[in-house]
Design a protein around this ligand. Sequence first.
Ligand SMILES: Cc1ncc(COP(=O)(O)O)c(C=O)c1O
Length: 403
Amino acid sequence: MNNSTLLMKPSQQNLGLSGADFSVISWPSWPQYSSEELSAVVRVIQSNQLYAADEVKGFESAFAAFVESNFAVAVGNATQGLHLALAALNIGVGDEVIVTPYTWISSASCILMQNAVPVFCDIEEETLGLDPSKLEALITEKTKAVIIVHMFGYPARVHEVRDILARRGIPLIEDASHAHGARSKGDLIGSIGTIGVFSLHQRKALSVGDGGILVTQDEKIFSKLHRLRSFGDEELSYNYRMSEFAGALGAVGLRKLNSQNENRRSNYNSVVSGLSASRSLQVVKPRAGDYAVFYAVLLRVVSEIDDLDARLSRLQALGIPVRKTWGLLHKHPHFNPVHPPARGVPWRDFGYKGRMSGRVFRDEELPVAASLCPDRVLELYVHPPAGVEHMRFAVQAILREFD
Ligand SMILES: Cc1ncc(COP(=O)(O)O)c(C=O)c1O
């Protein structure tokens, strides 16, 4: 697809638009690969070495340097990465791990993979990440880790959380799957906690099809992650290796990432100015001093809107990548199983007597998350090569639908 203005003029009646002529723009797809990725893949085939070797090692070194971390371990995807992080921190049966309910399933299902018990902490309005003021009340002697998620590339309050945990010797995992290159207080997201985990899934800002990468400053943790990733001899280990294709693609993508993040930022700025007068929508802004990377620009719905789904469908029919955000995980069947898995669920079995025993996840009170998700937050994707004219188009169409 290219960026040129499209010829089609949908009827205003279908689109619910009124007023002047409204032409449609074609929205470029993400990701887009070039001859550089093509030659990287060809190089791998010609090498006759397809599973993890030098391409993966090269990518790991480059990524560790990019995130200003001492070590990186590449894996098959971020879900494996989150599981590996918990395993490397010796999280096991009956341990509690605190996580937010507003995130992708993997940020919390990884806890079940270790037969540990998720404890959901509410989010805060500003960053939509974990609310540090609600954290301390949830910590018990069973709390063995916290997972903080930087939603859609907006840095969460990671330093505050790290400091609360440091006083108690509790490790912090950053799920940085949306936040490659983001910074909080100048520090790179992913490098602030004990372990950072990034997704490199097809749709992510650094995209290799399926892939993930962990970073840490701690050599002991690195050695353990390394052993557990690929058939370590000493303890239960996995095959969570990355392929050479993914390593080669990751190295190319990494070289483009900073300038693409700048494009996203400039698109965000266009959306901010375009929607500044909106009475229905407010652009979510990163905290002052933080550098967000806008995996998506988030919009808060601040007035009563009927037929939200229909309005969004009309915008999507114009090609605008906007949608309602995710529902909350504590309501998800994985945490409220009608058919418990064969090994049972850790908070009901294994003799666990802790914070979550006898409680039902779907009944947890998480008022801020419940007031926002999924109907009060919209995701608008602003990946390059979409640029100023796409943002102008999107803003105009969104204003017509919402204001
Ligand atoms: C916040 C978050 N964490 C983890 C993951 C899992 O990533 P992967 O698909 O690489 O397993 C995703 C995927 O969308 C995600 O959005």
